[in-house]
Design a protein around this ligand. Structure first.
Ligand code: SF4
Length: 322
């Protein structure tokens, strides 16, 4: 089955020349939720903006149902992190929905209003909220309006960039459940960007771990979060807040805030990382080749891919020499 969203070798550089995205490829199928996890600065949100067409790519391409996406349009819609900033305070809820509906459907006002009411129901909101302004809504209600607005454009793919990180814990689960249901019922492809592994585990079919602008591990959610292979994924899991660990933690990774190496050696590794693995300064399992040689992406099991020298041929001999 071909992917609804196919990202191929996407590259993007910061203005100072550093790579924000480095050869990112991924697939999202119809009806699938794919979680992109990683720390702040790993490139997740940059990827979303490039995929959505808000920022141009320097390399690579984005395909929607096999067709190259050249600029922002209605086929891919974003749901942003901040539901307070993403809605215009001077417009009613209904106004936010009517504009994209009018562009897409070109129907009489009464029909558009009826469709707006259906969208509100689809995201779990009462029709009476249509006349309200954003300030009269809770955070969870605003994020549901933002999702309804995205749906109003008739997208095939939704990019949800940390859509629950500004919501109360009590309302997060409802929004997550809504995204999962929309993927199932409407056969949307959803790329769910989050630093919250528990949220990823709750709704994602597959998980991709991103570090320094590269996807370093990908596979089924149960595989990546239940038995992670890349040292960075193991570290993320070990650093999840207590009570939010949703799957068994992996063995002996270093802490996110306490790299296992001294500051001096970290700087040396960081300098070398431009040539080799960018995670080398923080990796508890680094091999002698890691500072100088970039790891290739390797398939280690069906639908499980890891970019790490530990899984290259001959890695065990390297480890024995170190
Ligand atoms: Fe660690 Fe080397 Fe793997 Fe990078 S390639 S994650 S430094 S073992």
């Amino acid at each position: 089955m071909s992917a609804l969203l196919a990202v191929r070798d996407l590259g993007k550089r910061f203005s100072d020349g550093r790579r924000a995205l480095d050869g990112v490829s991924l697939d999202v199928h119809a009806g699938e939720v794919v979680a992109l996890v990683g720390e702040s600065g790993s490139g997740k949100s940059t990827l979303a903006r490039v995929v959505c067409g808000l920022v141009p790519a320097d390399e690579g391409q984005v395909l929607i149902a096999g067709q190259r996406l050249r600029r922002a349009g209605t086929r891919v819609q974003m749901v942003f992190q901040d539901p307070f900033a993403s809605l215009n305070p001077v417009h009613t809820v209904e106004h936010h929905l009517l504009r994209p509906l009018a562009r897409r459907l070109r129907q009489p006002a009464a029909a558009l209003r009826a469709e707006a009411a259906r969208l509100l129901a689809a995201v779990g909101l009462e029709a009476s909220l249509a006349a309200r302004h954003p300030h009269a809504l809770s955070g969870g209600q605003r994020q549901r309006v933002a999702i309804a607005r995205a749906l109003a454009a008739g997208p095939e793919v939704i990019l949800a960039d940390e859509p629950t990180s500004m919501l109360d814990v009590s309302t997060r689960l409802g929004v997550l459940t809504l995204l999962r249901r929309l993927a199932d019922e409407r056969r949307l492809g959803i790329l769910f960007i989050t630093h919250d592994l528990a949220s990823a585990a709750a709704i994602a079919d597959r998980v991709l771990t991103m570090y320094a602008g590269r996807v370093v591990e990908s596979g089924a959610t149960a595989t990546v979060l239940g038995a992670p292979s890349h040292p960075y994924t193991r570290l993320l899991l070990a650093s999840a807040p207590r009570g939010e660990r949703i799957l068994p933690r992996a063995s002996s990774p270093s802490s996110l805030s306490s790299p296992s190496r001294s500051a001096a050696s970290s700087r040396a590794f960081a300098a070398a990382a431009a040539a080799g693995c960018p995670f080398v300064a923080r990796c508890p399992d680094a091999l002698p080749c890691c500072p100088d040689t970039p790891p290739a992406n390797r398939t280690i099991a069906a639908d499980h891919h890891v970019r790490c020298h530990l899984y290259q041929e001959g890695a065990s001999e390297h480890a024995a020499l170190s």
